[in-house]
Write a protein that binds this ligand. Structure first.
Ligand SMILES: [Zn+2]
Length: 104
């Protein structure tokens, strides 16, 4: 965990795990703090990690430096439905409009 970068990013429930610098871009690896997510089908909570799925989103710039968020939107598997589902990341939903073009 990167406490200073986590504080700087200031997204509730989100931690900066790591960072790298590529050319003039700062890439922050971020992940939700919670270890479980609620199944959108049945509402059951699952902590059974199915797989990690990484996305890139352009975010703010810090001191004129472009910052990319490398977001781990994890997939959990619901024991009840026996199907995987992606966790809800509130900040992605809110920013999707601005960041859609940059998602890969
Ligand atoms: Zn379910």
């Amino acid at each position: 965990m990167q406490p200073i970068l986590t504080e700087l990013l200031n997204l509730p429930g989100i931690e900066v795990e790591n960072y790298t610098k590529v050319a003039d871009r700062l890439i922050l690896e971020v992940e939700a703090k919670t270890t479980k997510a609620k199944c959108p089908r049945c509402g059951e909570e699952s902590n059974h990690l199915h797989q990690n799925r990484w996305y890139f989103a352009r975010d703010l710039s810090i001191s004129g430096q472009e910052v990319l968020l490398k977001v781990n939107r994890r997939q959990f598997k619901c024991k009840k439905c026996e199907k995987p589902f992606s966790e809800e990341l509130e900040f992605i939903g809110k920013r999707r409009k601005q960041t859609r073009l940059f998602w890969v």
